[in-house]
Design a binder for this molecule. Structure first.
Ligand SMILES: O=P(O)(O)OC[C@H]1O[C@H](OP(=O)(O)OP(=O)(O)O)[C@H](O)[C@@H]1O
Ligand SMILES: Nc1nc2[nH]cnc2c(=O)[nH]1
Ligand SMILES: [Mg+2]
Length: 210
Protein backbone atom coordinates (compact mmCIF):
# COMPACT_ATOMS: atom_id res chain seq x y z
CA UNK A 1 0.00 0.00 0.00
CA UNK A 2 1.46 3.37 -0.96
CA UNK A 3 2.86 5.25 2.01
CA UNK A 4 2.31 2.27 4.31
CA UNK A 5 5.02 -0.19 3.23
CA UNK A 6 7.58 0.80 5.84
CA UNK A 7 10.11 1.29 3.05
CA UNK A 8 11.79 4.56 2.18
CA UNK A 9 10.77 5.92 -1.20
CA UNK A 10 13.20 5.09 -4.02
CA UNK A 11 15.73 7.87 -4.53
CA UNK A 12 15.58 9.62 -7.86
CA UNK A 13 18.58 9.83 -10.17
CA UNK A 14 20.50 7.53 -12.49
CA UNK A 15 20.85 3.82 -11.69
CA UNK A 16 24.33 4.09 -10.22
CA UNK A 17 23.09 6.75 -7.77
CA UNK A 18 20.80 4.19 -6.15
CA UNK A 19 22.82 2.65 -3.30
CA UNK A 20 21.15 -0.78 -3.55
CA UNK A 21 21.93 -1.00 -7.22
CA UNK A 22 25.50 0.26 -7.12
CA UNK A 23 26.70 -1.54 -3.96
CA UNK A 24 27.29 -5.00 -5.51
CA UNK A 25 29.46 -3.40 -8.18
CA UNK A 26 31.33 -1.03 -5.91
CA UNK A 27 34.49 -3.12 -6.18
CA UNK A 28 34.39 -3.23 -9.99
CA UNK A 29 36.63 -0.55 -11.36
CA UNK A 30 37.52 0.03 -14.99
CA UNK A 31 41.19 -0.50 -15.78
CA UNK A 32 41.68 3.07 -16.93
CA UNK A 33 40.45 4.75 -13.76
CA UNK A 34 41.31 2.43 -10.88
CA UNK A 35 43.94 2.96 -8.20
CA UNK A 36 46.52 1.27 -10.36
CA UNK A 37 46.22 -2.23 -8.89
CA UNK A 38 44.22 -3.81 -11.72
CA UNK A 39 46.21 -1.97 -14.34
CA UNK A 40 49.46 -3.24 -12.78
CA UNK A 41 48.08 -6.77 -12.71
CA UNK A 42 47.05 -6.57 -16.37
CA UNK A 43 50.41 -5.10 -17.27
CA UNK A 44 52.18 -7.99 -15.53
CA UNK A 45 50.08 -10.45 -17.49
CA UNK A 46 50.61 -8.76 -20.82
CA UNK A 47 54.34 -8.39 -20.17
CA UNK A 48 54.70 -12.17 -20.31
CA UNK A 49 51.95 -13.04 -22.75
CA UNK A 50 52.01 -12.03 -26.37
CA UNK A 51 48.70 -13.36 -27.59
CA UNK A 52 45.10 -12.93 -26.55
CA UNK A 53 42.48 -15.61 -27.12
CA UNK A 54 39.05 -14.13 -26.36
CA UNK A 55 36.23 -16.68 -26.14
CA UNK A 56 32.55 -15.77 -26.63
CA UNK A 57 29.68 -17.52 -24.80
CA UNK A 58 28.71 -19.30 -28.04
CA UNK A 59 32.26 -20.48 -28.63
CA UNK A 60 32.61 -21.62 -25.05
CA UNK A 61 29.34 -23.56 -25.19
CA UNK A 62 30.46 -25.20 -28.44
CA UNK A 63 33.87 -26.10 -26.98
CA UNK A 64 32.39 -27.42 -23.72
CA UNK A 65 29.96 -29.56 -25.77
CA UNK A 66 32.91 -30.84 -27.82
CA UNK A 67 34.55 -31.79 -24.53
CA UNK A 68 31.39 -33.69 -23.54
CA UNK A 69 31.47 -35.55 -26.89
CA UNK A 70 35.06 -36.60 -26.23
CA UNK A 71 34.22 -37.69 -22.70
CA UNK A 72 31.09 -39.61 -23.68
CA UNK A 73 33.06 -42.69 -24.69
CA UNK A 74 35.34 -42.62 -21.67
CA UNK A 75 32.83 -43.03 -18.85
CA UNK A 76 30.58 -43.86 -17.30
CA UNK A 77 31.25 -41.18 -14.71
CA UNK A 78 29.43 -41.43 -11.42
CA UNK A 79 30.28 -37.93 -10.25
CA UNK A 80 31.81 -34.69 -11.44
CA UNK A 81 34.14 -32.58 -9.34
CA UNK A 82 34.53 -29.08 -10.70
CA UNK A 83 37.45 -26.90 -9.74
CA UNK A 84 36.07 -23.52 -8.77
CA UNK A 85 35.60 -21.09 -10.01
CA UNK A 86 36.54 -21.61 -13.66
CA UNK A 87 35.33 -25.21 -13.76
CA UNK A 88 31.76 -24.32 -12.77
CA UNK A 89 30.50 -23.31 -16.22
CA UNK A 90 32.03 -26.17 -18.24
CA UNK A 91 30.92 -28.64 -15.55
CA UNK A 92 27.34 -27.37 -15.86
CA UNK A 93 27.42 -28.01 -19.60
CA UNK A 94 29.16 -31.39 -19.40
CA UNK A 95 26.96 -32.76 -16.59
CA UNK A 96 23.88 -31.93 -18.66
CA UNK A 97 25.27 -33.71 -21.73
CA UNK A 98 26.49 -36.79 -19.88
CA UNK A 99 23.53 -36.89 -17.48
CA UNK A 100 25.69 -36.89 -14.39
CA UNK A 101 23.74 -35.68 -11.37
CA UNK A 102 26.22 -35.96 -8.51
CA UNK A 103 28.26 -32.76 -8.70
CA UNK A 104 30.86 -31.63 -6.20
CA UNK A 105 33.38 -28.81 -6.02
CA UNK A 106 36.94 -28.43 -4.90
CA UNK A 107 37.42 -24.77 -4.11
CA UNK A 108 40.86 -23.40 -4.79
CA UNK A 109 41.93 -19.79 -4.46
CA UNK A 110 45.09 -18.82 -6.33
CA UNK A 111 46.98 -15.73 -5.43
CA UNK A 112 48.56 -14.87 -8.74
CA UNK A 113 51.92 -13.37 -9.20
CA UNK A 114 52.69 -13.60 -12.84
CA UNK A 115 56.45 -13.44 -12.47
CA UNK A 116 56.54 -16.24 -9.91
CA UNK A 117 54.37 -19.29 -9.34
CA UNK A 118 52.09 -17.67 -6.74
CA UNK A 119 50.36 -19.62 -3.98
CA UNK A 120 47.14 -21.59 -3.79
CA UNK A 121 44.81 -22.39 -0.90
CA UNK A 122 42.26 -25.19 -0.79
CA UNK A 123 39.13 -23.56 0.65
CA UNK A 124 36.94 -26.65 0.34
CA UNK A 125 37.99 -30.28 -0.08
CA UNK A 126 36.29 -32.94 -2.18
CA UNK A 127 33.32 -34.52 -0.38
CA UNK A 128 34.01 -37.90 1.29
CA UNK A 129 30.99 -39.38 -0.55
CA UNK A 130 32.72 -38.66 -3.87
CA UNK A 131 36.10 -39.89 -2.62
CA UNK A 132 34.49 -43.24 -1.79
CA UNK A 133 33.16 -43.84 -5.32
CA UNK A 134 36.17 -45.78 -6.62
CA UNK A 135 39.77 -46.51 -5.69
CA UNK A 136 41.64 -43.18 -5.90
CA UNK A 137 38.69 -41.51 -7.64
CA UNK A 138 38.09 -44.08 -10.39
CA UNK A 139 34.77 -43.22 -12.04
CA UNK A 140 35.02 -39.56 -11.08
CA UNK A 141 35.40 -36.78 -13.66
CA UNK A 142 37.31 -33.65 -12.65
CA UNK A 143 36.60 -30.55 -14.75
CA UNK A 144 38.34 -27.21 -15.06
CA UNK A 145 38.15 -24.52 -17.73
CA UNK A 146 41.85 -24.69 -18.57
CA UNK A 147 45.23 -25.96 -17.56
CA UNK A 148 48.14 -23.52 -17.80
CA UNK A 149 51.23 -24.28 -15.68
CA UNK A 150 49.53 -27.40 -14.34
CA UNK A 151 49.81 -26.26 -10.72
CA UNK A 152 46.07 -26.44 -10.00
CA UNK A 153 45.70 -29.73 -11.87
CA UNK A 154 48.61 -31.28 -9.96
CA UNK A 155 47.09 -30.26 -6.63
CA UNK A 156 43.70 -31.81 -7.46
CA UNK A 157 45.17 -34.92 -9.11
CA UNK A 158 46.96 -35.67 -5.86
CA UNK A 159 43.54 -35.78 -4.17
CA UNK A 160 42.05 -38.26 -6.69
CA UNK A 161 44.90 -39.85 -8.69
CA UNK A 162 42.66 -42.26 -10.65
CA UNK A 163 40.01 -39.73 -11.63
CA UNK A 164 39.66 -38.56 -15.22
CA UNK A 165 40.89 -34.96 -15.57
CA UNK A 166 39.30 -32.83 -18.31
CA UNK A 167 39.65 -29.21 -19.36
CA UNK A 168 38.26 -27.22 -22.26
CA UNK A 169 41.56 -25.50 -23.06
CA UNK A 170 45.14 -26.41 -22.39
CA UNK A 171 48.60 -24.92 -22.64
CA UNK A 172 51.69 -27.09 -23.32
CA UNK A 173 53.15 -26.91 -19.81
CA UNK A 174 50.04 -28.33 -18.15
CA UNK A 175 48.89 -30.66 -20.93
CA UNK A 176 50.58 -33.82 -19.54
CA UNK A 177 48.33 -33.53 -16.48
CA UNK A 178 45.10 -33.56 -18.53
CA UNK A 179 43.41 -36.71 -19.85
CA UNK A 180 40.99 -34.97 -22.21
CA UNK A 181 40.85 -31.41 -23.56
CA UNK A 182 39.50 -29.70 -26.68
CA UNK A 183 41.80 -26.88 -27.82
CA UNK A 184 45.44 -26.20 -27.14
CA UNK A 185 46.83 -22.67 -27.21
CA UNK A 186 50.47 -21.66 -26.95
CA UNK A 187 52.01 -21.02 -23.54
CA UNK A 188 52.28 -17.29 -24.25
CA UNK A 189 48.54 -16.95 -24.91
CA UNK A 190 46.08 -15.55 -22.36
CA UNK A 191 42.58 -16.96 -22.64
CA UNK A 192 39.81 -14.44 -21.93
CA UNK A 193 36.58 -16.12 -20.83
CA UNK A 194 33.16 -14.65 -21.63
CA UNK A 195 32.35 -14.15 -17.95
CA UNK A 196 35.38 -11.85 -17.68
CA UNK A 197 34.53 -9.77 -20.75
CA UNK A 198 32.12 -7.00 -21.69
CA UNK A 199 31.20 -5.16 -24.84
CA UNK A 200 33.49 -2.31 -25.70
CA UNK A 201 34.12 0.00 -28.64
CA UNK A 202 36.67 -1.26 -31.15
CA UNK A 203 38.51 1.43 -33.13
CA UNK A 204 38.53 0.81 -36.88
CA UNK A 205 41.55 -1.06 -38.27
CA UNK A 206 42.43 2.08 -40.25
CA UNK A 207 43.07 3.90 -36.96
CA UNK A 208 40.21 6.38 -37.42
CA UNK A 209 37.56 7.21 -34.82
CA UNK A 210 34.81 5.10 -36.37
O1 LIG B 1 47.47 -24.51 -14.57
P1 LIG B 1 47.46 -23.32 -13.65
O2 LIG B 1 48.66 -22.44 -13.85
O3 LIG B 1 47.27 -23.70 -12.22
O4 LIG B 1 46.25 -22.38 -14.07
C1 LIG B 1 44.98 -22.90 -14.32
C2 LIG B 1 43.99 -22.40 -13.32
O5 LIG B 1 43.96 -20.97 -13.36
C3 LIG B 1 42.61 -20.53 -13.46
O6 LIG B 1 41.98 -20.47 -12.19
P2 LIG B 1 42.28 -19.30 -11.17
O7 LIG B 1 43.21 -19.83 -10.13
O8 LIG B 1 42.73 -18.08 -11.91
O9 LIG B 1 40.94 -18.99 -10.42
P3 LIG B 1 39.41 -19.04 -10.81
O10 LIG B 1 39.13 -20.38 -11.42
O11 LIG B 1 38.75 -18.86 -9.48
O12 LIG B 1 39.13 -17.92 -11.76
C4 LIG B 1 41.92 -21.63 -14.23
O13 LIG B 1 40.52 -21.62 -13.97
C5 LIG B 1 42.59 -22.88 -13.71
O14 LIG B 1 41.93 -23.36 -12.55
N1 LIG C 1 41.39 -16.42 -17.73
C1 LIG C 1 42.55 -17.08 -17.65
N2 LIG C 1 42.97 -17.54 -16.45
C2 LIG C 1 44.14 -18.21 -16.43
N3 LIG C 1 44.79 -18.77 -15.39
C3 LIG C 1 45.94 -19.29 -15.86
N4 LIG C 1 46.05 -19.09 -17.19
C4 LIG C 1 44.93 -18.42 -17.57
C5 LIG C 1 44.47 -17.92 -18.84
O1 LIG C 1 45.08 -18.06 -19.90
N5 LIG C 1 43.27 -17.26 -18.80
MG1 LIG D 1 40.42 -21.97 -11.82
Amino acid sequence: MPGNSGLDPLPTGILSDIPEMSAPFAHVKPLATDDGHLADQAENVMENLEKAFPVSWEQFHRDARALAWRLAGQGPFQAIVCITRGGLVPAAIVCRELEVRLIDTVCIASYHEYKTQGTSAVLKEIDSKVKEIGEGGKGVLIIDDLVDTGKTARLVREMLPNAHFATVYSKPQGRPLVDTFVTEVSQDTWIYFPWDLGLSFQPPISGGKG
